[in-house]
Design a protein around this ligand. Structure first.
Ligand SMILES: [Zn+2]
Length: 470
């Protein structure tokens, strides 16, 4: 494990061709002053409050040159422990995809494998400028890896139990995990809980989990309104999820008019959860979400790749819901590049609406930063370059042939750099975690070792498949 890095002792001024505060217009030849892990000033480089001091003075100067400096990206939905499954589950329908994923995670991946996968996932996040991740996990491995590597995040520990008779046992296990893991919370990384989804969680378990979240002030996330099969399950007690549960001897009946109505009836919306996906929602659902103050993470690429459709992002925003962007796992994406999510969000909404400006680049970039921060309840700490907020910063270089000219840096980030930009500098709470695409300090060796073991694990999975188990 890498030791906690000391925060820079001297205030440092980072300057770049472009600074994007997000909450204010882009600044050409801008700068950000960081002191003790906090942003203390943002503005034009020429107006920086550093007097005549140079690098030898009270303030260290770090010019980033041809680059855009912005708040660290917020990936509001990941499954870091599934990094080993990138490209492994191609071509399955959703139920088979989920069944195989669950089987592999349960039977083939050891706890150490899951930690390795999480470290490699975090390295990918940092390379792509992501400083905060909201992860749902069945193992807590991502919490360990996030703490080790000094990123900011929430790890929502999952709970399952489709049979109401399992509720007590599921809650007992969840409470034990909360007790064990909560003590490990840090100023950057905290745990939450996640009742998985309506087809894996009974109404009784949803109610009990919501009660725990309320009593213990735990953040909560839930996969919801993702597939047509889920809607049939909730509304009609029918479809593939219902058949599978009936085959296990679990009774299934219609529960509510929609997945969101089910969460409302179970008291889940009252604890203002992060709603993952929310593709199949109508205006009545969105009004319930907005009234409750619940939030949404939009995962355009995962939603498309699994054939689940295009979520009504424009309606979410019209209802005033806080929305962030998420990559979901690389088992359904297969990248973790949040600028790519921003680009796909704009393209899909243009296709859906027939309007080229239905979601512009500035809005998409706001969702990837400020929106994600708001969706995770962290808007007072991160998401914009604002004095007083934590110095979670990302710089992307602009110095290559394909990136110029830059008329509007938001357009360049969302439409030019999406999917291929590698950050030149990433810091979390003022501590540099990545330089020129490479994680810093002892974390580099940690990630290299994990990547080597992950490659061996992947060979094991291939062998398992060759033997005809999948
Ligand atoms: Zn997910």
């Amino acid at each position: 494990m890498s030791p906690p890095s000391p925060v820079l002792t001297r205030p440092t001024l980072y300057s770049a061709d472009w600074v994007l505060p997000i909450a204010a217009p882009p600044i050409r030849e801008g700068a950000v002053l960081v002191d003790d892990g906090i942003i203390v000033w943002v503005g034009p480089r020429a107006a920086a409050p550093i007097g005549e001091a140079g690098d030898s003075g009270d303030v260290a100067i770090e010019p980033l040159g041809r680059a855009v400096l912005m708040p660290g990206l917020v990936n509001a939905h990941t499954h870091l422990e599934l990094t080993t499954l990138r490209g492994f589950l191609e071509g399955f329908d959703f139920r088979e995809w989920l069944r195989t994923l669950t089987e592999v995670r349960r039977d083939l991946l050891t706890p150490d494998d899951l930690v390795d996968a999480s470290r490699v996932g975090i390295a990918e996040a940092l390379r792509h400028g992501i400083t905060t991740m909201a992860d749902t996990t069945d193992s807590a491995a991502p919490l360990q890896a996030m703490r080790e590597m000094g990123v900011r995040g929430i790890g929502y520990v999952e709970v399952f139990g489709p049979d109401p008779a399992q509720c007590g046992e599921s809650m007992q296990r969840l409470k034990a995990r909360v007790e064990a893991l909560r003590a490990l919370d840090t100023s950057l990384v905290r745990m939450g809980i996640s009742p998985h989804a309506p087809y894996t969680v009974s109404a009784a378990l949803f109610r009990a989990a919501a009660g725990l979240a309320r009593d213990e002030h735990l953040p909560m996330a839930v996969h919801i309104a993702e597939s047509a099969a889920e809607v049939s399950f909730v509304r009609d007690g029918a479809g593939p999820f219902a058949e599978r549960l009936r085959a296990r001897g679990i009774g299934v009946a219609p529960q509510a008019s929609s997945p969101i109505a089910l969460l409302d009836a179970c008291g889940v919306l009252d604890v203002r959860p992060l709603l993952i996906h929310a593709i199949r929602v109508d205006d009545a659902d969105l009004a319930r979400i907005a009234d409750a103050g619940a939030t949404i993470v939009h995962c355009p690429i995962s939603n498309a790749k699994l054939g689940h459709g295009i979520a009504p992002l424009d309606r979410m925003l019209a209802h005033g819901v806080a929305v962030g962007l998420g990559s979901d796992s690389v088992a359904s994406n297969d990248r973790m590049h949040l600028l790519d999510e921003a680009r796909q969000a704009t393209l899909m909404h243009a296709v859906r609406s027939g309007q080229p400006d239905s979601l512009d680049a500035h809005t998409a970039l706001t969702l990837a930063t400020q929106g994600g921060a708001a969706a995770l309840g962290l808007a007072d700490r991160i998401g914009t370059l604002t004095p007083g907020k934590a110095a979670d910063l990302t710089a992307f270089p602009l110095a290559c042939e394909e990136t110029g000219p830059v008329y509007d840096p938001a357009v360049t980030l969302v439409h030019v750099l999406a999917g291929r930009a590698v950050a030149s500098l990433v810091m979390v709470a003022g501590v540099v975690r990545l330089r020129d695409g490479i994680v810093t300090g002892a974390d580099r060796v940690l990630v290299e070792d994990s990547l080597r073991r992950l490659t061996a694990t992947a060979a094991r999975l291939e062998e398992w498949r060759r033997r005809g188990s999948a």
